[in-house]
Each structure stands twice: as structure tokens, then as C-alpha cells.
Design a protein around this ligand. Structure first.
Ligand SMILES: Nc1ncnc2c1ncn2[C@@H]1O[C@H](COP(=O)(O)OP(=O)(O)OP(=O)(O)O)[C@@H](O)[C@H]1O
Ligand SMILES: [Mg+2]
Length: 454
């Protein structure tokens, strides 16, 4: 199919000259003599590029540009004007114009180059989007080499039926990887079911995995399907698999070996067709050596290992991630779009990110809420970074008692650790080497009302 260029100008002879130049290069050309006609053609015909005048009697080029964005956000538009004030040019680019040409267009070469570049950009964008859609990776950001290697692995592993074990620290995107594998597998139209292995109460393990019949035990007022049955035809995501209690390990192993199970209190043997993807932030091999994880189960789960690298090892992705998170946070919180100053990005890149991408995401959201101007500065970043230390003399307030100062220090440490773990209390407790119950008590004592427990 030939590439179609829409030429929009209210002057007939300009329409003609431009059309002729473009046709001679092999483009199919459509014309419109005003803004309204242009909008109609953009929505009704297969237009690939638009070359458009700014000043037109019925609807000016900038308004057309703005409205066209709504239906065709990716359509490249080249704007032309004979009386282009800086303001017009600036507005055009702000509205997403691809290029700007000064009228009269005496050298047709300029026109042709602008159109050719617009098309090149367009196809690059489409190719990128298709690749990502195909791999179900549209949600994942990461142009750096480490993430590209990860995307590559996901693309290879996903279409197979092989079990995948995703490893990586907290907040590195293990769950996103698991979802991407499902979305790019033959099972994508089937269910994706998640089970947090660390959070199943000991007496409900069997029921959670395999379901139960009505009356199977006290409290089983109705029959209920287990996760394996729910995931039939799709993917079962075993999250925090390294924290799976021993009793559960034995049961999971059996169903993986035999492909069948019974509901609690049910006599019938059920078959299921489930692909298992597991994730953990623990070193499973070490868990096996320590006798906490069954070796036979480990080998069954770890057919294709995929490691999600920590953010500190791929800091080249920090600018892209923070820009995306900032845009999302502004939208979610009903704020006008903001940007990060260059040195603010550098400050973010300098941080160690113990809580990885989740920590970055939370921090950027906090910046979006707390900062006023359209631009976030390095100073703004310094005020919210958990390890941005205040000078000691500042922290010592005259008049405060020793106990008050200790409380303040404790509060700062706990809030910092909560930040790093996206408010997850179990992970925070683990990092700080505290019992979860002890941490809860401390938080209550210090009046910290944050944290999600699992
Ligand atoms: N590459 C990425 N691009 C965009 N967002 C990401 C990326 N990686 C992680 N995130 C975001 O970071 C957060 C944490 O990701 P996710 O829940 O997948 O991590 P996890 O490895 O499962 O963490 P945990 O071990 O704590 O459960 C989510 O909000 C996720 O959307
Ligand atoms: Mg997770």
C-alpha cells in the first residue's frame, strides 16, 4: 500500500505544488482546503503523514493538530506557516508537531526530507510498540542493556511450557516478569492466578491449593475452588515461593508430579493443566542447602531461571523510569505534568535504591505530590531521599530530651525502611532484623500509621 500524505492548505495553488512534488516521489496524496475537511479525512482515510498550514479560515492548523491527537496520537504532522511567530512554532511543537516548515516552500527537498523523517519516526514507534505488545512487556520500562537481556529471555521463555523461576530482590519487577510471561504465552487467554506462598495460614494450605467441598471442615459453608483449579488452562504464579511452609512444599510437589489432586473432603480426582511460574527474593539454592526447601521441588520449579537485576546495577534506566512514574503520578493525582531537572535526575541516579523500582516509584510519587513548581529540583529530591542526611547539629534540637531524640531517630529509620519496601511491614522487619510483631509495636509506640501486612 502506498504511503498517504494529506496536504492541508486553503490556497489552491500551494495544494497543487506540494501535491505534485509528493506524487512524483511516489506518495499517494490527499488534499483538504480547510481545518474541518482535514479532520474528516484524518479520521476517515488511511493518512500516514499530514503537511498543514497554520492559518486557515475555518479552523486553524493548531486546533486541528490538537484534535487529531485525540484520535491519532501517533500521526506525524508537519506544520507550515508564512508568518511564523516564535509563539506559533512553540505552540505547534508543544502540541506534538513533528516538524515546522517556513513558507513559501521554495525548495521542495526540505518538504520531502521532513515527510521522510516523519515516516521513519512513525515506523520506529510502531515497531517498538509491536515488539513490546507481542512480549506483553508494554508495562515494563528499561532501555538499558540489562533490561534488554531480560526482555529477550522473557520473549524466549514465554511461548514454551517450561516452568520459570524468577529471582531478584524486593521491588525489582518479578511480578511484572511473571505477568509478561503469561501474556506472551499460548495461555494468554486463560487465567493468571497468583498465590502468595508466604501468606497462607497453616491450616488452610490444602484448601487454598486444591479447594474444598461444602462441609469439609468447620467454616466450609460452601464449596470453593483452589488455586490450581482456578488456574486451569492458564498460569499459576507462586509468589514468595522461598517462604513456602514445608507442608505446602510436599503438596505442591505432588500435584506438579502427577498433574492431579482432590478437593478437601471430595472423593473425586481432578486433573488440571497449569503452567507454574514462581518467584522469590531468597537464594533458593541456599535454602535447599540449609534444608529449608525441598531439592526435588526446587529442580521442578527452576527449569528456566530468570533473574531480575537490582536497580543499582542498571542505573541507566533511572531517567526513563522516573519520567514515566512522574507522568503517571501527576495524572493519578490530578496534577499538571511536571518535569525533573537534570541535576534532580543525577541525584536520583546517585542513590543506592535498596527497595529497587518500587522505592523509586514511591519516591517519585511523593515528589509529585509535595513539589509545587512545574520542575522538580535536586534540592527537592534531597529532601525526600531517605538517606539524605541532615547535618548533625540540625538533628540535635536544644531542649529535646534524650528519649525524644532517640524516638525521632527510630522514627526516621523505620520510615526510611518502610519507604524502601513500599510499606511492606514483613519485608521492613526482615531488613531491620526485627520480629514483625516487635516492629508493629514500635510503630504503634511512635505513632507510625503506615504499612501493609501480608
Ligand atoms: N521495569 C519496570 N518498569 C516499570 N515499572 C516497574 C518495573 N519494574 C518494577 N516496576 C514497578 O515496581 C513495583 C514493584 O514491582 P513488582 O511487584 O513486580 O516487584 P517484585 O519483584 O515482585 O517485588 P517483591 O519482591 O517486593 O514482591 C511495581 O509497582 C511495578 O509496577
Ligand atoms: Mg512481588
Amino acid at each position: 500500500m502506498p504511503v498517504t500524505v494529506l496536504v492541508v492548505d486553503d490556497e489552491r495553488n500551494i495544494q497543487l505544488t506540494l501535491s505534485r512534488a509528493l506524487s512524483m516521489e511516489g506518495y499517494a496524496v490527499e488534499t483538504a482546503s480547510g481545518g474541518r475537511e482535514a479532520l474528516e479525512k484524518i479520521s476517515a482515510r488511511p493518512v500516514d503523514v499530514v503537511v498543514m498550514d497554520v492559518r486557515m479560515p475555518d479552523l486553524d492548523g493548531l486546533s486541528v493538530l490538537q484534535q487529531a491527537r485525540e484520535t491519532r496520537p501517533d500521526l506525524p504532522v508537519v506544520i507550515m506557516s508564512g508568518h511564523g511567530s516564535i509563539e506559533t512554532v512553540r505552540s505547534a511543537f508543544k502540541l506534538g508537531a513533528f516538524d515546522y516548515l517556513e513558507k513559501p516552500i521554495t525548495e521542495k527537498e526540505k518538504l520531502l526530507v521532513a515527510v521522510k523523517n516523519a515516516l521513519a519516526l512513525q515506523s520506529l514507534r510502531a515497531e517498538n510498540a509491536a515488539l513490546r505488545r507481542e512480549a506483553g512487556l508494554s508495562e515494563m520500562v528499561g532501555g538499558g542493556p540489562a533490561m534488554q537481556r531480560l526482555f529477550d529471555l522473557v520473549r524466549r521463555a514465554a511461548p514454551s511450557e517450561g516452568r520459570v523461576l524468577v529471582t531478584g530482590e524486593n521491588g525489582t519487577g518479578k511480578e511484572l516478569v511473571a505477568r509478561a510471561i503469561h501474556e506472551n504465552s499460548r495461555r494468554k487467554d486463560g487465567p493468571f492466578v497468583k498465590l502468595n506462598c508466604a501468606a497462607v495460614p497453616a491450616d488452610l494450605i490444602e484448601s487454598e491449593l486444591f479447594g474444598h467441598e461444602r462441609g469439609a471442615f468447620t467454616g466450609a459453608v460452601a464449596a470453593r475452588k483452589g488455586k490450581f483449579e482456578l488456574a486451569d488452562g492458564g498460569t499459576l504464579f507462586l509468589d514468595e515461593v522461598g517462604d513456602m511452609p514445608a507442608a505446602m512444599q510436599a503438596k505442591v510437589l505432588r500435584v506438579l508430579q502427577e498433574g492431579e489432586f482432590e478437593r478437601v473432603g471430595g472423593g473425586q480426582t481432578l486433573k488440571c493443566d497449569v503452567r507454574v511460574v514462581a518467584a522469590t527474593n531468597k537464594d533458593l539454592q541456599a535454602e535447599v542447602q540449609a534444608g529449608r526447601f525441598r531439592e526435588d521441588l526446587y529442580y521442578r520449579l527452576n527449569v528456566v531461571p530468570i533473574h531480575a537485576p537490582p536497580l543499582r546495577e542498571r542505573k541507566e534506566d533511572v531517567p526513563e523510569l522516573s519520567t514515566r512514574f512522574l507522568a503517571e503520578a501527576c495524572e493519578r493525582n490530578g496534577r499538571r505534568p511536571m518535569r525533573l531537572a537534570r541535576d534532580a535526575v543525577l541525584a536520583l541516579q546517585a542513590h543506592g535504591w535498596p527497595g529497587n523500582v518500587r522505592e523509586l516509584r514511591n519516591l517519585v510519587e511523593r515528589l509529585a505530590i509535595l513539589c509545587d513548581g512545574p520542575e522538580i529540583s535536586a534540592d527537592d529530591v534531597a529532601t525526600v531521599l531517605p538517606d539524605a542526611r541532615k547535618p548533625r547539629a540540625d538533628r540535635f534540637r536544644a531542649g529535646a530530651s534524650f528519649h525524644e531524640l532517640v524516638d525521632e531517630a527510630e522514627r526516621e529509620i523505620i520510615l526510611g525502611a518502610l519507604d524502601a519496601h513500599g510499606d511492606n511491614v514483613s519485608d521492613t522487619a526482615r531488613t531491620l532484623g526485627l520480629e514483625r510483631s516487635h516492629l508493629y509495636k514500635k510503630m504503634r509506640g511512635l505513632g507510625i500509621k503506615r504499612g501493609t501486612g501480608e
